[in-house]
Design a protein around this ligand. Sequence first.
Ligand SMILES: Cc1ncc(COP(=O)(O)O)c(C=O)c1O
Length: 389
Amino acid sequence: MSFSAAPTPAFAYFDNAATTPLDSEVLEAMLPFLTQHHGNPSSLHGPGRQVRAAIENARKTVAHLINAAPAEISFTSGGTEADNYAAFGSIRTLGLKHAITSKLEHHAVLHPLQALATGGEIELHYLKHDAQGKFDLGHLAELLAAQPRAFVSLMHANNEIGNLNDIAAIGALCARHDAVFHTDTVQTMGHYRHDVQQLKTHFLVGSAHKFHGPKGVGFLYTRSGTRVSPLIYGGAQERNVRSGTENVYGIVGLAKALEIAIRDLAAHQAHVQALKTRFIEKLRAEVDDVRFNGLSEHADQSLYTVLSVSLPPSPITEMLLFNLDIGKVAASGGSACSSGAQAGSHVLEALGADPERGTVRFSMSKMNTAAEVDYAVEQLAKLYRPVAA
Ligand SMILES: Cc1ncc(COP(=O)(O)O)c(C=O)c1O
């Protein structure tokens, strides 16, 4: 299978964990809801009903793709809102007093939980992990035994280092201790199959722009029977939990993007995994003392879309991303900031990574090519070659 080239060919775009280019099939599905179907989905007349039907069809599509019921899907403004909604909505409604999470979670999870802890509503417990970011499930069992009926939030895959976590095992442990389990699936939705009948999770989330859909739209899956209170009050949309006129074209685009992602998943995975393997091999050949953060280099334990590269100490470290940008390579990075002088990565810091080493996260999609990988490696390697006297 071949894929259309990235829409900005002047750049080798390797920041797909931040956001992915919109798929042209998705744009096509969205356009009628920008140009023709303008009714408010809450209106009872024909144009309103037509748009309502599109939203409900999108809900059915998303539900079907993760083996849920349509009533278990609520559309949101993205992953951040869905994570906030799960944390605030369930902890307050269910009166939970303890939450268990990890220091490797996205801020969309950490900050709401820390806000609840600072406000005295919960006690927050951090799960131990090793230097590669692998969770200690023995410690999770201990925490759950000491704090039954806790809110547990542990991500499916880490957005910075790519570690994949065993959410089936975590869910089973949570179920044994009557915990409420939320997993941030923003980086895996559309890249792996999720079956909520198999997973013992109360919540999972998706964000369309991570799988070639539009920005500013996502969804929360809430297991039937799990009570949550609204985050936004008003016109009672989304079954009264998330008021506000719906982002109709966004919702239509999200469902289409997820449908395409799941339809083509095997081909995409093979294509992107081959790019990642090529990246690793070329970097090893071209850059001395290159390493990989977390479990990033292990195909079976990390996202096939993310490669977190650790580079040797160098005067270039602080200007690494800037120099790549000049070289027309779009990537992201971070460092384990020890001095507090620069904006560091809380994930690398939690891993105890050497703050002298630079990190570049290359994140790939179906739209990248092998030639782009070779180009990006060459641009990076150039920065680490000794300058001739
Ligand atoms: C793991 C994870 N959770 C949550 C989010 C937030 O998603 P959104 O950008 O849709 O708010 C991101 C985005 O980078 C993410 O990677």
